[in-house]
Design a protein around this ligand. Structure first.
Ligand code: NAI
Length: 250
C-alpha cells in the first residue's frame, strides 16, 4: 500500500475557512503536514470563526492566518508567518476564489475587477511571495476550474481568470523546474460547496445530466488529488491541468 506521508512539510492553503480549501487543509494535515489556514476577514466575522474552529479541530500543526489575497503585502506577511512558525514552506495551494456571474451586458467593471483580482492576481501574489522561500522540490498547486476551459454562459470574468491561472501555471512550471518545484493546476468540475450552492437548482440539474458519473463531486475528491500531487509519486508531473470532474467534457 502506498501511503501519503507529508510529515515535516509545511502547506499554506488560501481561502481555507470553508469549502474545498477547508477540506484540502484537513487532508494535508491528516497526511502529517503543518498547515496554514488562510482566511479572509468578512464583515460578519464568519470566516475567522470557521478558520479557528478548524484549527481547534486539528489540534496541533495548524494555524490560521488572515490575508486578503488581493493585497500583495498581506500575502507576503502571511508567507513570512508560515516560515517563522515552521522554518520552511513546501506546499502552496492557491484555492481562494469568488464568482460574480453576469452576462457581458450586465457585468459591471467592479464585477470584472473583483473576480480577476481575487482569482488571478491573488494567485500571482502568493506565487511571487512564496517563490523565494519555497523549498526545492516544493509544490505550487493552483485551483482552476472547468469553467476556464469550457467558458460557461455568464462567466466571462471567472472563465478569463481561471484560463489565466492555467496559463500562469504553465509558465511557472518552466521557470521553477530548475529547483524541481512542480507547478500544476487542478480544475474541478462542480463540487458540493457553498459556492456551488449559489447555482440555481434548474441549472444544477442540467449540469448533472451532462456529467457521466451523474453527480457533483465532493471537496474530498479535490483534496485527494492535491495530496497525490504533494507526494514524491507526482514528482514528474508539472505544468499540467488535472481535471477532476466526473468525466464532464462538454
Ligand atoms: P467557497 O466560496 O466555498 O470558498 C472560497 C473561499 O475563498 C472562501 O473561504 C472565501 O472566504 C475565500 N476568499 C474569497 N475571497 C478571498 C480573498 N480576497 N482572500 C482570501 N480568501 C478569499 O468556494 P469553493 O467552492 O470551496 O471554491 C474553492 C476554489 O475552487 C475556488 O477557487 C473556486 O473557483 C474553485 N472551484 C470550485 C468549484 C465548485 O464547484 N465548488 C468548481 C470549480 C472551481
Amino acid at each position: 500500500m502506498i501511503l501519503i506521508d507529508l510529515t515535516g512539510k509545511t502547506a499554506l492553503v488560501t481561502g481555507a475557512s470553508q469549502g474545498i480549501g477547508a477540506e484540502i487543509s484537513k487532508t494535508l494535515h491528516r497526511a502529517g503536514a503543518n498547515v496554514v489556514i488562510n482566511y479572509f476577514d468578512d464583515p460578519q466575522g464568519n470566516n475567522v470563526v470557521a478558520a479557528q474552529k478548524i484549527v481547534a479541530e486539528l489540534g496541533d500543526r495548524a494555524i490560521c492566518c488572515e490575508a486578503d489575497v488581493r493585497n500583495a503585502q498581506a500575502v507576503q506577511a502571511m508567507v513570512a508567518q508560515a516560515v517563522a512558525t515552521w522554518g520552511s514552506l513546501d506546499i502552496v495551494v492557491n484555492n481562494a476564489g469568488i464568482i460574480r456571474d453576469r452576462t457581458l451586458k450586465k457585468m459591471t467593471h467592479d464585477d470584472w475587477d473583483s473576480v480577476i483580482s481575487t482569482n488571478l492576481t491573488g494567485v500571482f501574489h502568493l506565487c511571487k511571495a512564496a517563490e523565494p522561500v519555497l523549498a526545492d522540490e516544493g509544490r505550487i498547486i493552483n485551483i482552476a476550474s472547468i469553467a476556464g476551459v469550457f467558458g460557461f454562459f455568464g462567466q466571462s470574468n471567472y472563465a478569463a481568470a481561471k484560463a489565466g491561472v492555467i496559463g500562469l501555471t504553465k509558465v511557472l512550471s518552466r521557470e521553477l523546474a530548475r529547483r524541481k518545484i512542480t507547478v500544476n493546476a487542478v480544475a474541478p468540475g462542480m463540487i458540493h460547496t457553498p459556492m456551488a450552492a449559489t447555482v440555481p437548482p434548474e441549472v444544477q440539474a442540467k449540469m448533472i445530466a451532462s456529467i457521466p458519473l451523474g453527480a457533483f463531486g465532493e471537496p474530498q475528491d479535490i483534496a485527494h488529488m492535491i495530496a497525490f500531487l504533494c507526494r514524491d509519486l507526482a514528482r514528474y508531473i508539472t505544468g499540467q491541468t488535472l481535471h477532476v470532474n466526473g468525466g464532464w467534457h462538454g
